[in-house]
Design a protein around this ligand. Structure first.
Ligand SMILES: [Zn+2]
Length: 157
């Protein structure tokens, strides 16, 4: 048996993130509105378009992140509030800017903090901001095909 290596793998886009919706489509879950070619927060309560779950709400429902950030190290323990405050501010700004930039999970234990997100750019933004502000080490694992990014930030005292 011979395998045909010329078959191009289909780009994996289960969340239709490259898709265009018709104007006025709204998300029944978060009430975001598709306007001018993108999802936006809407001030209006009455919607005329078709309901369709936005990609962020689908990722939240499936708990399937587009990006993850792991923070660890003894420096984190000593500056926990300060660092988490920076992370929370970036998350807040992201969400305000776009309905597609949201948190799926935020977990903390004694070892590390893990944030999973609906948007890979938001994940990069968080990891890079922590690294810029506090140095340490930043390791970025990026999968182009899956549009997925995982960032590990670590700093010991
Ligand atoms: Zn939504």
């Amino acid at each position: 048996m011979r395998l045909d290596r010329n078959i191009k793998q289909k780009v994996h886009d289960p969340y239709d993130e490259g898709r265009k919706y018709s104007e006025g489509t709204y998300c029944p879950e978060c009430r975001a509105l598709y306007q001018g070619g993108r999802w936006k927060w809407s001030r209006t309560k009455d919607v005329a378009g078709e309901p369709c779950l936005c990609s962020a709400c689908r990722r939240i429902r499936d708990r399937f992140p587009a990006g993850e950030v792991y923070l660890s190290g003894s420096y984190l323990h000593d500056h926990r509030l300060e660092i988490l405050n920076l992370v929370q501010n970036i998350i807040k700004e992201g969400k305000e800017r776009s309905p597609l930039k949201r948190v799926i999970d935020f977990t903390e234990d004694n070892q590390e903090v893990c944030v999973s997100l609906t948007d890979n750019h938001l994940a990069r933004h968080i990891g890079e901001a922590v690294y810029k502000a506090y140095n340490g080490e930043l390791d970025v694992k990026f999968s182009e095909e899956e549009k997925f990014v995982r960032l590990y930030w670590h700093r010991d005292a």
